[in-house]
Write a protein that binds this ligand. Structure first.
Ligand SMILES: *Cc1c(COP(=O)(O)O)cnc(C)c1O
Length: 386
């Protein structure tokens, strides 16, 4: 029999520090490893399995589509893609959508659209994009440049020009950075990889107003925060702003790769034939699954996400040693005083609980459908570890 761990180390490029488990099956928010050990999943992959493992409706929709058409090129009309676009633009109250496969690709598309818009209006002068330090926008060359963390910038110089970085919360710095050459500001509402850090509401509103005043586009990266994760369909709704472009990915496919950009009336016409494209983007199987996710996002469902998040937060707040609780809905960050977060996550895994870290903090992104029994079982394991 193949030795999975050794073969992985020998044959797969070592870009990941893997946890010492092989996940074999799953149901709801409970995974089972190859040895039959049950693991409560507070991770959803990384915010991807929004309906947990193997949701029946999702599996039925995906397998049904698989047995019809698994792929057509984007040179043909695709029913699942069109139906998903209709649902998504209606739900988000946006004008149009472009479908990609991942968060990085979604942000690449938004960056290209912002530059085309700025360049076309100014004979190529208005092309700078301001992002935030400690943010995260992906791993491609453009999106690591957009990612304002030095750690991601080691080894890969030279970078793309035209990016500037602002400290989160510092509106006067943002005003000073934004000049005639700036076409857009791009940010997360809650910095996910940056440690689950909520943006200050006044700062976000101030940036949105600045964009309106100085004719810049406001791009919100909802790759991690979007599609119900924070208790509203998109997190920006809780900040009282209306972005010009919204990028999404992780949670919408419930496990299959779907991402994209939503455009408002102002930005919907920027990209035309030949400006952008993708072979796999908007795959019919992935879109058929994503339709099930969107159909689930009723007001009651979103309220249940908020309620579960509040419940976990209040339970965490009552635990000795838990500090710095952050996030919204089922996107939760915290620290344990005197303990290294990665050590706690390792220990919890040994006891049957999957968690994530982000920038030295513990990060929870449970499936949105997690039950209170699963939450209690997971929190009990966490309590045992601290
Ligand atoms: C994960 C993430 C990305 C990158 O998404 P990929 O699908 O890994 O390319 C971009 N932005 C944010 C906010 C993310 O959390």
């Amino acid at each position: 029999m193949i030795d999975y761990r050794n073969t992985d180390r020998e044959k797969i490029v070592g870009t990941y520090n893997r946890f010492d488990r092989v996940i074999a099956r799953g149901h709801g928010a409970t995974a089972t490893d190859e040895d039959g050990a049950r693991l409560i999943d507070f991770t959803s992959g990384i915010g991807v399995n929004s309906l947990g493992y193997c949701d029946h409706q999702w599996v039925a929709a995906v397998t049904d589509q698989l047995s019809k058409v698994q792929h057509t090129s984007n040179l043909y009309y695709s029913k699942p893609q069109i139906e998903l676009a209709d649902m998504l633009t209606t739900k988000a109250d946006m004008a149009k959508v472009f479908f990609a496969n991942s968060g990085a690709e979604a942000n690449e598309c938004a960056i290209k659209a912002a530059r085309k818009w700025g360049n076309d209006a100014t004979e190529g002068r208005k092309h700078d994009i301001i992002t935030l330090t400690n943010g995260f926008h992906g791993r491609t060359v453009a999106t690591i440049t957009a990612t304002g963390q030095d750690h991601y910038h080691e080894h890969f110089a030279p970078f793309l020009g035209g990016f500037k970085y602002c400290q989160p919360g510092d509106l006067s710095a943002m005003k000073a950075l934004a000049d005639d050459d700036t076409c857009a500001i791009m940010m997360e509402m809650i910095q996910g990889e940056g440690g689950v850090l909520d943006m200050d509401q006044a700062f976000v509103k101030g940036c949105a107003e600045l964009c309106a005043d100085r004719d810049m586009l406001f791009i919100v990266d909802e790759v991690q925060t979007g599609i119900g994760r924070t208790g509203t369909f998109f997190a920006y709704e809780q900040y009282g702003i209306e972005p010009d472009m919204v990028t999404f990915a992780k949670g919408i496919g419930a496990g299959l790769p779907v991402g994209g950009v939503l455009f408002n009336e102002k930005t919907a016409g920027i990209l035309g034939p030949g400006d952008h494209g993708t072979t796999f983007g908007g795959n019919p199987v992935a879109c058929a699954g994503a339709k099930v996710v969107l159909a689930r996002m009723t007001p009651e469902f979103l309220e249940s996400v908020s309620a579960k998040g509040d419940y976990i937060r209040s339970r965490l707040a009552a635990m000795d040693g838990v500090t710095d609780i952050s996030g919204r809905g089922l996107m939760i960050g915290f620290k344990i005083s005197g303990r290294d977060s990665a050590d706690v996550v390792q220990e919890a895994l040994g006891k049957g609980l999957m968690m994530l870290t982000a920038k030295g903090r513990i990060r929870l992104l449970p499936p949105l459908v997690i039950t209170y029994d699963e939450i209690d079982a997971g929190l009990k394991i966490l309590e045992n570890c601290i």
